[in-house]
Design a protein around this ligand. Structure first.
Ligand code: NAI
Length: 343
């Protein structure tokens, strides 16, 4: 559904600043996009706990309506209470808009010491099924159950997305990550579907890896994999692991893509330990915005931001605290915006 060429210079998009460091990195990203010359009319909406206090729901209908109308949103992280409280707004949003594909490129940046030189992996995570379906219940005191829901349709469309993505981006191999040795019916079906989809894409080499072995392989030699396609929970865990390989959660972007809408957001959460202090690294959301601009057909602006970001990192003068530096979010954003203006 991505536009191939920008046919207009002004876009109307939805912005969900989110909680914690969300508003800080969202403002930084808006400034960087503006510096790239793309004009965006932002429809700002919020969701989450604070909204629920006023509106009685964590995800008011106008948020979904705005994204459905604009087709594209940029989103900051939204907090989810642990072990109690409301259901994750992030999961609800992805399911409500059927954003079935979560694309998370894990790529090293110049000057940020990765665990392995030249790490360049893309994790394609199924985004609507699995243990995230929310089918949990207490069977009786002391016995709880969570249902792992995997469908043939859901498996097929995510595998097709991964192979199409690999072809489009000039990638060589797609690895299905699974646990079909133990979950023979659910993961077994996912793997069977993967094998069938692979046959229809002879230019891409298919590979298979059990999820625990994949975790070990990524830590030992991340360059062994290229594109990973996997179920929801494995994809969530492996993308944080991936972030750890290339410098942390402050830099890894993501995109939630569906047939009718796309929501771009970083892999990281609300970072309550540094929220409100101006210390957050906005790189992850900025890189998510680069993906968004490509999706909108604004590739010139996307390339400009990406080139400037790489140059800023290569110069190694400005770094936020998560990468060992002392720059604030604003100082980092000022430096990047200046570079963009001269690129
Ligand atoms: P987190 O990603 O918020 O933080 C983990 C660690 O990484 C913290 O030390 C934090 O300071 C650091 N960090 C994360 N992003 C950073 C950035 N941009 N710059 C510098 N340092 C950064 O993970 P945590 O603590 O597990 O989750 C906090 C909340 O975020 C939870 O309520 C969780 O549910 C929510 N969350 C929301 C997500 C979303 O909206 N898509 C994704 C992940 C978590």
């Amino acid at each position: 559904m991505a536009a191939t060429e920008a046919t207009r210079t002004k876009h109307t998009l939805t912005l969900i600043p989110g909680d914690g460091i969300g508003p800080e990195v969202a403002t930084a990203t808006q400034r960087v996009i503006e510096a790239s010359g793309v004009t965006i009319d932002w429809e700002v909406h919020n969701a989450g706990a604070e909204v629920a206090e006023k509106r009685g729901t964590t995800l008011p209908p106008e948020v979904l309506d705005s994204i459905r109308k604009n087709k594209v949103a940029l989103k900051g992280p939204i907090g989810t209470p642990i072990g109690k409280g409301f259901r994750s707004v992030n999961v609800t949003l992805r399911q409500a808009l059927d954003l079935y594909s979560n694309v998370r490129p894990v790529k090293s940046l110049p000057g940020v010491e990765p665990r392995f030189e030249g790490t360049d992996i893309v994790i394609v995570r199924e985004n609507t099924e699995d243990l995230y379906a929310g089918l949990e219940l207490m069977l009786m005191p002391g016995i709880a159950q969570s249902i792992k829901l995997i469908t043939e349709k859901g498996s097929r469309r995510i595998c097709e997305y991964a192979f199409d993505y690999a072809e489009r981006m000039g990638r060589m191999r797609v690895t299905a990550v699974h646990k079909a040795n133990i979950m023979k019916i659910t993961d077994g079906m996912f793997l069977e579907v993967f094998r069938k989809v692979a046959q229809a894409h002879p230019r891409i080499e298919p590979a298979e890896m059990i999820v625990d072995a994949c975790a070990m392989n990524l830590v030992r030699n991340a360059n062994k994999v290229d594109v990973i396609v996997t179920e929801n929970l494995y994809g969530d865990i492996l993308s944080d692991l991936g972030a750890g390989l290339v410098g942390g959660l402050g830099i890894v972007p993501g995109a939630n893509i569906g047939q009718d809408a796309a929501v771009f957001e970083a892999v990281h959460g609300t970072a309550p330990d540094i929220a409100g202090k101006g210390l957050a690294n906005p790189t992850a959301l900025i890189q998510s915005a680069v993906m968004m601009l490509h999706h909108l057909g604004e590739s010139t602006a996307a390339n400009k931001i990406e080139k400037s970001l790489l140059e800023l990192y290569a110069r190694a003068e400005i770094r936020t605290g998560d990468l060992g530096g002392s720059a604030t979010t604003d100082q980092f954003t000022d430096a990047l915006s200046k570079l963009i203006a001269t690129t």
